[in-house]
Design a protein around this ligand. Structure first.
Ligand code: ADE
Length: 224
């Protein structure tokens, strides 16, 4: 059974283009994974379709109400599914986590909005809180897109070439080596000689050296 993902958001149209395009869109069209986007307002019950309210205790901003979120998740969840809330104060997203998520059967992903969501949601019907980085987005919908895109690459058949996964940044804890394609000479800039040599051992050595150099320059933390 392909991985099934339900996304809950107040901005469902933000994901339209993302899901239709590119490698991910092809993966979905080929049935490698199924993604359904739901408008949280569909589970509101008042005529204004209210999904948020002022915080108890005061303070700026609005807080997502528990009722529609509980109703939505209770309707969509299945036994053993993982219920994820995207938030800047969650655990950092990473390649190992992307891989782990890609191996699940069913994910329900809640995108937060405004200043936050009622704490009772987080305590009662969320299994895991994930942050895609140390910055704050206006809402979690783009974060959901990031998580889905990264995990989809681990699903067999989504990427054309299996090889492209094993050689890339973060799988090896080293950043990527530089890539070149034709022409060999462009505006006076030439491709490193070794890449044209056909000597695969030398090419591997050169690439590894560039990876170490690049990682030392921009992400020394990965080398420790
Ligand atoms: N929502 C807003 N900012 C976010 C972030 N950095 N990661 C996940 N969800 C978010």
């Amino acid at each position: 059974m392909p991985l099934k993902i339900d996304v809950l958001t107040l901005f469902p149209r933000m994901l339209d283009g993302f899901l239709a395009e590119s490698i991910l869109g092809k993966g979905i069209a080929a049935g490698r994974l199924g993604v359904t986007v739901h408008d949280l307002r569909g589970w509101t019950t008042d005529k204004h379709r209210t999904a948020d309210d002022r915080p108890f205790g005061g303070g700026a901003g609005m807080v997502m109400k528990p009722e529609p979120v509980f109703a939505a998740i209770e309707q969509l969840q299945t036994p053993g599914c993982r219920r994820i809330y995207l938030t800047p104060d969650g655990v950092p997203f990473s390649m190992p986590l992307a891989k782990e998520l890609s191996e699940q059967q069913h994910l329900v992903i809640l995108s937060g909005h405004y200043e936050g969501i009622d704490q009772r949601i987080r305590e009662r019907i969320i299994d895991q809180e994930i942050s895609i980085g140390d910055y704050v987005l206006t809402n979690g919908t783009l974060a959901a897109a990031v998580v889905i895109d990264a995990l989809a690459r681990f699903i067999p058949g989504v990427l054309g070439e299996e090889k492209s996964l094993t050689h890339e940044s973060f799988t090896s804890k080293l950043l990527d080596f530089p890539q070149y394609t034709r022409p060999a000479e462009f505006r006076g800039m030439s491709v490193p000689e070794v890449l044209l040599s056909g000597n695969h051992a030398e090419i591997e050595k050169w690439r590894h050296a560039r990876q170490v150099e690049k990682t030392r320059q921009v992400r020394p933390d990965l080398l420790t």
